[in-house]
Structures are given as structure tokens and as C-alpha cells.
Design a protein around this ligand. Structure first.
Ligand SMILES: NC(=O)c1ccc[n+]([C@@H]2O[C@H](COP(=O)([O-])OP(=O)(O)OC[C@H]3O[C@@H](n4cnc5c(N)ncnc54)[C@H](OP(=O)(O)O)[C@@H]3O)[C@@H](O)[C@H]2O)c1
Length: 329
């Protein structure tokens, strides 16, 4: 497994890391079995993955709790990345979404963050978080600014409650506001070979500023594994419904593209998922790839892609095929 440093810290994490959103289950992903999820986490660690990304919002606390159970006795071997800024205990700044009968709010006020960190530490059964990230920016004109959020995160760092600071789903202007106050170590943007919008500005900016990136949904929530055929239909609340590439007319084109890469999977003795993950890791500016998995066999297979190196020529061929798809309709 290739390892890389987080930002300018001395924290080393695996290029393929485990995404624990689906482990939280709920209507977005359908029920997740706790024992199976714990098996997936153990399998990931045994296969060389050492970073797990989660958030309080994933299953309204369930993902963090399952991780705590899985890490009993192994906490010091693992980089835990969790988040703040989605709050459902009472009414706060801006409505984010409704799920499982709860209304969740976006709030990154120092008051919210100070309460959230204690809840995450408790759920995760630990006294420190390795990487603490703001989940979504809060756009409300309000009583606090990004500067206040960052000052609060720096305070948590000086107290030893967190080791590194990150932000997710932010723009360059927002990153600059964080950086005006202190060091932002990581960015967590959406990035897959089908969704490359951050290649233009955000990734070059991160390279220039030594900010590590944790690319999320690299498998387009499973579409790029090739396992969702044309006959697959989604439940109404399934998170994949929101992804344009899952629409039948677009899915058809993606499946056709993937079917043309059989010679590549044979040449590299790998699966489609591994080919896609290896391609994603190799893109300039991408530091870590967060691969979601809640089954041991998926975690093990994804980890193997951390050792796979594709030739420049093959990666260029894959990029050309992706470009030929055009934009989803
Ligand atoms: N910051 C944010 O706003 C944000 C947003 C989205 C995601 N994330 C993070 O990024 C992580 C990854 O993103 P994601 O979970 O949305 O999508 P993803 O990694 O692109 O896809 C994950 C899903 O693909 C399927 N899968 C994974 N590996 C597979 C394999 N080897 N073979 C067959 N199927 C496989 C599994 O579906 P099944 O379990 O259904 O089989 C899995 O749940 C999340 O878990 C989360 O940590 C962050």
C-alpha cells in the first residue's frame, strides 16, 4: 500500500482509505449490518488501509459508533477522519436535509463545533481525532465567519483533541479564508473520473499550497465497479438517485465504456474497480482516495488498488474514453 503524508503534518495515511458513509446505513444506502461493517473495517486494516473517513451525519451517529466497536484495541494504528457542521439535536443556522424523521442543520459556529467534538469523541470512544474536517460550508450571512470556525478548530488542536484540520466541499475563496487564520491540511472534494470539475482550479491550488486532497465517491457510488446493470432500479430515497450518471440513458454509456476496458483488466490482472481506483490515485493533486465499503471483500479488493500502477499510455486512453462520454444528460 502506498502511503502519503497529510498536508505538512507527520501523519502518514494510505492512498486508498476507507469511506464509512454507507456503514451508517439508513435510507440513503439501505440497511447496513453492524457485524458485516466491522468485518469490512477489520479487513481494510489488515489489507494495509490505515485511514477511515466518517462523519456524525452518516447514519446520525451510527457510522462513528460502529467504527469505535471495530477499533477496540487498535485505535493507535488508525487515522480517524471525521467531520463537524451537520447538527440535528436542535434548530441551528441553515437547514441541510431531512432524514429518518430528523431535520439536520448546517452550522459551523464555534459553539456548535465545541459541542459536536465532544459527541464525536464519545461515539468514537477516543480522546483525539486525527483529522477533523468541516463537512459543508454554511452560506448564511450570519453571526460568525469562517475565521471564527478556523479559530475554534485551532483551539481544539492546541488542546490536543484534533491533530489536523480539513474542509470539505469548499471553494478556493473559502479555503483562503481558512488559511488567513491557520494551516488547512486537507480538502475533501467530490472527484471521480466521471466528475473532474476540480481539475481546473481546485487541484492546482491544493498542489501549490501543500493541501492534501481526499477524493470522495471515486467509484461514483458503485457505478464504476460495473455491477449496476441496466436492469438495476433504485429505491426512492437511495442516494444514487441524485447522481446523474445513474440515469438509464447515461448509465448505458458508462457500462459500454467499462466493457471496452476488458483488455486492461486482463493486462493488469485486476478488476474494473481496481483499475478505476488506480487511475484516480494517479491523477495530479489527488492525495488519497476514499473508497466506500461495508463488505470485507470490497475493502480487500479496493486496498489492492493501492499497489497498482498503470502506464501513462493506458491512463491517457482511459481519460480519452471518459471524455468521449461527454456530459451526462
Ligand atoms: N464530504 C462529503 O460531503 C462526502 C460525500 C460523499 C462521500 N464522502 C466520503 O467518501 C466515501 C466514499 O464515497 P461513497 O461511499 O459516496 O462512494 P464510492 O466510494 O464511490 O462507492 C461506494 C460504494 O460502492 C460499492 N463498492 C465499493 N467497492 C466495491 C467493490 N470493490 N466492488 C463492488 N462494489 C463496491 C459499495 O456499494 P454497496 O455497499 O451498496 O455494495 C460501496 O458502498 C464515503 O464513504 C464518505 O466517507 C464524503
Amino acid at each position: 500500500m502506498k502511503m502519503r503524508y497529510i498536508g505538512t503534518t507527520d501523519i502518514e495515511a494510505s492512498v486508498v482509505s476507507l469511506g464509512a458513509w454507507a456503514i451508517g446505513g439508513g435510507p440513503w444506502w439501505g440497511a447496513s449490518d453492524t457485524a458485516e461493517s466491522i468485518g469490512a473495517i477489520h479487513a481494510a486494516l489488515d489489507a494495509g488501509i490505515n485511514m477511515i473517513d466518517t462523519a456524525p451525519a452518516y447514519g446520525l451517529g451510527r457510522s462513528e459508533e460502529v467504527i469505535a466497536k471495530a477499533l477496540a484495541g487498535r485505535r493507535d494504528k488508525v487515522i480517524i477522519a471525521t467531520k463537524c457542521g451537520i447538527w440535528w439535536q436542535d434548530k441551528r443556522d441553515v437547514i441541510a436535509f431531512e432524514v429518518e424523521g430528523e431535520t439536520a442543520y448546517k452550522s459551523l459556529s464555534p459553539e456548535t463545533i465545541r459541542q459536536e467534538i465532544e459527541m464525536s469523541l464519545r461515539r468514537l470512544n477516543t480522546d483525539y481525532i486525527d483529522l477533523y474536517q468541516t463537512h459543508w460550508p454554511v452560506t448564511k450571512e450570519g453571526s460568525y465567519l469562517i475565521e471564527d470556525t478556523m479559530a475554534c478548530l485551532l483551539e481544539l488542536k492546541s488542546q490536543g483533541k484534533i491533530r489536523a484540520i480539513g474542509a470539505s466541499n469548499v471553494s478556493i475563496a473559502e479555503i483562503e479564508a481558512y488559511q488567513a487564520v491557520g494551516v488547512l491540511d486537507t480538502l475533501q472534494p467530490r472527484y471521480s473520473m466521471l466528475d473532474r470539475s476540480i481539475e481546473q482550479e481546485l487541484l492546482p491550488f491544493c498542489i501549490k499550497n501543500t493541501i492534501s486532497t481526499l477524493a470522495y465517491s471515486p467509484l461514483e457510488q458503485g457505478l464504476l465497479t460495473g455491477k449496476f446493470g441496466m436492469d438495476y432500479s433504485l429505491d426512492k430515497d437511495n442516494t444514487r438517485n441524485g447522481r446523474p450518471w445513474f440515469r438509464p440513458e447515461n448509465r448505458h454509456k458508462v457500462l459500454q465504456m467499462l466493457s471496452q476496458w476488458q483488455d486492461l483488466t486482463q493486462q493488469y490482472h485486476c478488476t474494473l474497480s481496481q483499475l478505476v481506483i488506480a487511475w484516480t490515485i494517479a491523477q495530479e493533486g489527488v492525495t488519497f482516495v476514499l473508497c466506500g465499503a461495508r463488505r470485507a471483500e470490497h475493502a480487500i479488493a479496493n486496498a489492492k488498488a493501492g499497489d497498482l500502477t498503470l502506464s501513462e499510455e493506458d491512463m491517457q486512453r482511459m481519460r480519452t474514453d471518459v471524455l468521449l462520454l461527454g456530459e451526462p444528460v
